[in-house]
Design a protein around this ligand. Structure first.
Ligand SMILES: Nc1ncnc2c1ncn2[C@@H]1O[C@H](COP(=O)(O)OP(=O)(O)O)[C@@H](O)[C@H]1O
Ligand SMILES: [Mg+2]
Length: 329
């Protein structure tokens, strides 16, 4: 039996169908990311699981128990939102204890559990501060602590890092993943950020327009996109129609092809069928625009030394490993 099983889930707002038929299973202790562009239905799906939004039809089973008829409080689920939703007039300690009060856990046990969870998120020395005395990242850790203190079976995180600046975001995503693994807590994390999804997840569910279009681990999503949407959303794939691909490879190709920029090697030996048209410096990587046989491609090359840069107009040879050519629908 899967830990979480969602079957034929359907949800429509008055005139907007959000999703028609969502199906998936999650095993105990997995970290799943719902990844997709804004408006594709990620938050609605999460809110349906949490019970904050009603579903039209379908089942949501947690350890075999159907959650759909249950209130949010009965579901044994913790949830963290992008906006921390902390009480401004309560201290960190009081904010975290609030979740326990709802569960009728009081007194010494409450104090002990709050202290335990504040230590887990490394905020034990901040227990008596108020939210306005903390940074965004610290407030988000309070929100995380508040959702963990009730020891939920399932943790839902809706873009919890999106409001934070880049450095804090990277630190906190590692911290969330470490805590999740330490607790063995089954988690569904929502983001529109592919890097976050690739770094954090056991498996990624890629969503587009209310459908899960591909699911798998980071490496399989990254190296084998199922369709043009997946290739466009993850990585910086070169997407070539069949005619263009045939021209580039000088053999008949009958499908669209997706090629990762870092799967193309450049050298100044051999046929030199390509020409450098420009570059952008991404730091560790130099991303070239290269034209070859009338086809423009992005090619990523590791920025090993200052003398590595090819000038515009440089003639180059291109090598593409056969396994890097992904046929996409
Ligand atoms: N309460 C609501 N009433 C009407 N439409 C909504 C409501 N919430 C979300 N939607 C619509 O449902 C779609 C999915 O939204 P959402 O789940 O928030 O997407 P995401 O989280 O992926 O950005 C969007 O078209 C959005 O406008
Ligand atoms: Mg959302």
């Amino acid at each position: 039996m899967s830990f979480v099983k969602v079957e034929n889930l359907q949800k429509q707002f008055t005139d907007t169908p959000v999703f028609k038929d969502i199906n998936f299973t999650i095993e105990q202790g997995e970290f799943i990311t719902l990844l997709g562009p804004s408006g594709c239905g990620k938050s609605t799906l999460l809110r349906c699981i949490a019970g904050l939004t009603t579903v039209d039809t379908g089942k949501i089973l947690l350890q075999g128990r159907d959650l759909v008829p249950l209130s949010p409080q009965q579901r044994d689920i913790g949830m963290v939102f992008q906006s921390y939703a902390l009480f401004p007039n309560m201290t960190v300690q009081q904010n975290v204890a609030f979740g326990l009060r709802m569960k009728k856990v009081k007194g010494e046990e409450s104090t002990r559990r709050v202290a335990e969870v504040l230590k887990l998120v490394e905020l034990d020395t901040f227990a008596n501060r108020y939210p306005h005395q903390l940074s965004g990242g610290q407030n988000q850790r309070v929100a995380l602590a508040r959702s963990l203190v009730t020891r939920p079976s399932l943790l839902l995180l809706d873009e919890p890092l999106s409001a934070l600046d880049a450095r804090i975001r990277k630190h906190l995503r590692e911290q969330i993943r470490a805590i999740q693994q330490e607790l063995g807590l089954t988690t569904i994390f929502v983001t529109h950020d592919q890097e976050e999804a690739l770094v954090m997840s056991d498996r990624i569910f890629l969503m587009n327009k209310g459908n899960i279009v591909q699911s798998g681990d980071a490496q399989s999503l990254y190296t084998a996109p199922a369709d043009a949407f997946a290739a466009g959303f993850i990585g910086n794939y070169n997407l070539l129609d069949a005619d263009t691909a045939s021209r580039l490879l000088q053999r008949p190709v009958h499908t669209r092809l997706a090629i990762r920029p870092e799967a193309i090697a450049l050298s100044v030996d051999g046929a030199r069928e390509g020409e450098i048209r420009g570059h952008s410096l991404l730091g560790n990587v130099i991303r070239y625009r290269v034209e070859a046989r009338g086809v423009e491609l992005l090619v990523d090359v590791l920025n090993r030394s200052a003398s590595d840069l090819y000038p515009n107009g440089q003639r180059v040879s291109l090598t593409i490993a056969p396994e890097a050519l992904c046929a996409v629908a």
